[in-house]
Design a protein around this ligand. Structure first.
Ligand SMILES: Cc1cc2nc3c(=O)[nH]c(=O)nc-3n(C[C@H](O)[C@H](O)[C@H](O)COP(=O)(O)OP(=O)(O)OC[C@H]3O[C@@H](n4cnc5c(N)ncnc54)[C@H](O)[C@@H]3O)c2cc1C
Length: 588
C-alpha cells in the first residue's frame, strides 16, 4: 500500500532513525530516510566484508532491561529473543601473565552477588566489598542524598566516601573506562546511578549476546520491516545543511558520499550536491554532526536552525570518542578462551575482547579458528601515526595477556590468519560519552521555536541516560511520538519506561546503614594490609607472612593518569610515593 500521510524526511539510519521510521511507516507517513554510509544501523550496524560476512562496529552487550529494544526486535522478527541471543550474567577479567586463569564477576554491581564477587579474585575480598558497597551507597542517594549529585562525576562521588580505598576506586575507573570509554573522573554520577538501578532490577540474565552479527540479528530484520511499510531508504547520501523560514524548516542540502579507507570516514562525491524541500524533518544524526547541521543553512543567505532556535547551540558541548577494534582471526583454536566478554586488567589501552567464534553460530569463515573482537577504550596510548601502527600497538599489548606471537609489524605474526583479520579505527562510528555536566545540553525531541523539526539519538534527553541501545530506541520513539501528536495522524506511539521499584530504592538506604560497620572494617583492613605491603616492599627481604597481592604489591603500582585509576604499571624510574599530583604518582 502506498503511504498517504504527512511526509517526514529522516537524516540518519542508526537505531534511533530506524525506530522512528518504523513507527511512522506503520502509521502511513511518507517517510524518506537518508543515510550517509552504504550500510544501515549506525553504531549498532556491521561493516560488510568481501566474503559476504558482516563484522560489527562493536560487539554489543544487550542488557535485559532494554524493554523497548526487545519489544521492537520481537515485533520485527516475530521471534522471542532466545531465538537470536544467548543469555549471560558473568563477565571475565584477565591479568597479565595469568592466562588461562580468568576471574569471574557475576552481575558485577549487584548487592545480591556481592559476596560471590568478593572472592572472584579480581581484588582482595575487602576491596571488592568496598567496591560493591559503593554501588549501593550511590544507589541510596536517590532517597537519602548526602551530596548534590548534579554535575558530580563518579570519581568525585567516590572520593566523598570516607571508606573508599584506592583499589576499589581504581576498579570503578577500570570498569567505567571499558564500558563507557571515559575515565570515572569524567563520567556523570547521576547517569551511572540510573544505569546501576536499572541493571540491578533485571539481574537474571544480566545481558544477552547475539548469535550472529548486529546486521543479521537486528538491523536486517528491522530494515525489512521498515521497507515493508513503504519507507524509502537512500544510502550513501548525507544531509549537508538545513534552512528555515517563518519558524519552519523548509529545505535541506544533500550530497552523495563514498568511503575513504585512509581516514576511515565518508567523504563527499564532487558535483553531487542538490537540495530538497521538506515537510517534517527528523535529525537522527550524531551530536557532532547535529551541531554542524543546526549552524549550516543550505545557502548562506538562508536562515539556519540555530538562528531560529538559539537554545540548540549548546549541543556543541556534547562529546564522542572513537573505540577502535581488531577482528583478530587466529589460524587455530586458542584453548582456554571463555565465551563471556573479557576485560584486560591493567591494560594501558583499556583492551577488552569477546570471542565471537564462540558466540556466533554457523559462520564458515570461523571454522576451526578463534576469532576475537578486540577493542581499545582508551586510545590516548596509541601511537596515532598510522592505522596499522595503532593496530599493531593493540596487538602487542594483547600478546602480554594471551599466548601468541604478535610480530614486530602488522601482518607479520605467524599465528594470525591475515587474510581475514581486520582493523577498524571506527572514526565514522563514535560513542557518545556521558560526561559530567552535559545533561543540561542534551536536546529534547522537539523544539518550541521550530514547528516541524525533530531530534533523535542516544545523546538526546531521555529516561535511560547512559549511551545504550535502549536510549537510541527510546529517543527514536520519543521523536515519532511527538511527530504523531503534532501532525495528528495515526495512533499515539507508546514508550515503555525503564524499570523502577521504590522498594529497592528503600532497600539501598537500609543497606547503606546496615552494612556501614562492615565497610568501615573492610576499609581499615584494606588500608592496613596495603600499608604493611608497602613497608614490606621497601625491605629487601620482605615479610614472609604477608602474601603478595595479584599483579604486584599495591604500593608499587604507578598511575599514569591524573585523577587516578586505569592503567597502573611498575614505575620504571622508581618515583616517590608522594610525587606531585597531576603527574606520575604512587598509589597504595
Ligand atoms: C564502540 C561502541 C560500543 C558500544 N557498546 C554498546 C553496548 O555494549 N551496549 C549498548 O547498549 N550500547 C552500546 N553502544 C551504544 C549504541 O551502539 C548506540 O547508543 C546506538 O547504536 C546509537 O544509535 P543512534 O541512532 O542514536 O546513533 P548512530 O548509531 O550514531 O546513528 C547515526 C546515523 O547517522 C548517520 N549520519 C551521520 N551524519 C549524517 C548525515 N549528515 N546525513 C545522513 N546520515 C548521517 C550515521 O552514519 C549513522 O548511521 C556502543 C556504541 C559504540 C560506538
Amino acid at each position: 500500500m502506498t503511504p498517504a500521510g504527512p511526509a517526514v524526511t529522516i537524516a540518519g539510519g542508526g537505531l534511533s532513525g530506524l525506530t522512528a521510521a518504523l513507527r511512522l511507516g506503520q502509521r502511513g507517513y511518507r517517510v524518506t530516510l537518508y543515510e550517509q554510509k552504504s550500510w544501515l544501523g549506525g553504531n549498532l550496524g556491521s561493516r560488510p566484508m568481501p566474503d559476504g560476512e558482516h563484522l560489527d562496529v562493536y560487539p554489543h552487550m544487550y542488557l535485559e532491561w532494554y524493554a523497548n529494544f526487545w519489544a521492537l526486535l520481537e515485533e520485527v522478527t516475530g521471534q522471542p529473543k532466545e531465538a537470536r541471543f544467548a543469555p549471560f550474567s558473568t563477565v571475565k577479567q584477565l591479568s597479565k601473565g595469568e592466562f588461562p586463569k580468568f576471574a569471574s564477576l557475576t552481575d558485577m554491581y549487584s548487592p545480591w552477588h556481592m559476596f560471590q564477587n568478593m572472592f572472584s579474585g579480581v581484588g582482595t575480598p575487602a576491596d571488592m566489598f568496598v567496591f560493591g558497597y559503593a554501588s549501593i551507597d550511590l544507589l541510596a542517594e536517590k532517597f537519602n542524598p548526602t551530596v548534590t549529585l548534579d554535575n558530580v562525576d563518579v570519581n568525585a562521588f567516590l572520593n566523598t566516601r570516607p571508606y573508599m580505598t584506592q583499589a576499589a576506586s581504581d576498579a570503578f575507573d577500570s570498569f567505567i573506562t571499558r564500558v563507557w570509554a571515559i575515565p570515572s573522573y569524567l563520567a556523570s554520577a547521576p547517569d551511572f546511578r540510573r544505569y546501576l538501578a536499572y541493571s540491578i532490577l533485571s539481574p537474571d540474565p544480566a545481558f544477552w549476546l547475539p548469535t550472529g552479527s548486529g546486521y543479521t540479528e537486528v538491523i536486517d530484520p528491522l530494515v525489512k520491516a521498515i521497507e515493508a511499510h513503504g519507507v524509502t531508504v537512500v544510502t550513501e547520501t548525507e544531509i549537508t545543511g538545513v534552512s528555515c523560514a517563518g519558524k519552519r524548516v523548509t529545505e535541506i542540502g544533500l550530497r552523495s558520499t563514498r568511503y575513504e579507507s585512509d581516514s576511515g570516514t565518508w567523504a563527499p562525491l564532487a558535483g553531487s550536491d542538490r537540495t530538497e524541500t521538506v515537510e517534517n524533518l527528523l535529525l537522527a544524526v550524531p551530536a557532532g554532526t547535529l551541531s554542524r547541521l543546526v549552524r549550516t543553512a543550505v545557502t548562506p543567505d538562508q536562515q539556519s536552525i540555530v538562528e531560529e532556535a538559539p537554545d540548540i547551540a549548546g549541543i556543541v558541548r556534547l562529546r564522542a570518542t572513537q573505540v577502535p577494534i581488531i577482528y583478530l582471526f587466529f589460524k587455530h583454536k586458542l584453548d582456554g578462551i571463555p565465551v563471556e566478554p573479557v576485560g584486560l586488567f591493567d591494560s594501558e589501552l583499556s583492551l577488552a575482547f569477546t570471542d565471537i567464534s564462540q558466540t556466533w553460530r554457523d559462520v564458515p569463515a570461523f571454522a576451526g579458528k578463534t576469532v576475537l573482537a578486540v577493542s581499545s577504550s582508551d586510545t590516548s596510548g596509541l601511537p596515532g601515526t598510522t592505522s596499522l601502527a595503532d593496530a599493531q600497538a593493540m596487538l602487542e599489548e594483547l600478546s602480554q595477556f594471551l599466548p601468541f606471537r604478535p610480530g614486530t609489524k602488522w601482518g607479520e605474526s605467524p599465528d594470525i590468519d591475515w587474510e581475514h583479520t581486520r582493523y577498524e579505527s571506527n572514526a565514522d562510528s563514535q560513542l557518545f560519552i556521558n560526561q559530567t555536566g552535559t545533561d543540561a545540553w542534551r536536546p529534547h525531541a522537539s523544539s518550541s521555536h521550530i514547528a516541524n523539526v525533530y531530534l533523535a539519538g542516544d545523546f538526546c534527553n531521555n529516561d535511560v541516560g547512559m549511551t545504550t541501545i535502549e536510549s537510541a530506541v527510546t529517543t527514536g520513539l520519543q521523536a515519532a511520538k511527538v511527530i504523531v501528536r503534532r501532525t495528528r495522524h495515526g495512533e499515539p506511539v507508546t514508550i515503555i519506561p525503564p524499570p523502577r521499584n521504590w522498594l529497592y530504592d528503600l532497600a539501598y538506604v537500609w543497606l547503606r546503614y546496615a552494612w556501614a560497620p562492615s565497610v568501615a572494617a573492610a576499609s581499615v583492613w584494606s588500608r592496613t594490609w596495603s600499608f604493611l605491603a608497602k613497608g614490606c616492599a621497601k625491605r629487601p627481604s620482605g615479610l614472609p607472612w604477608l602474601p603478595a597481592p595479584r599483579g604486584g604489591v599495591p604500593g608499587l603500582q604507578w598511575a599514569k593518569r591524573p585523577g587516578g585509576g586505569g592503567s597502573a604499571k611498575e614505575d620504571p624510574e622508581g618515583g616517590d610515593a608522594d610525587g606531585p599530583s597531576g603527574g606520575r604518582r604512587w598509589m597504595s
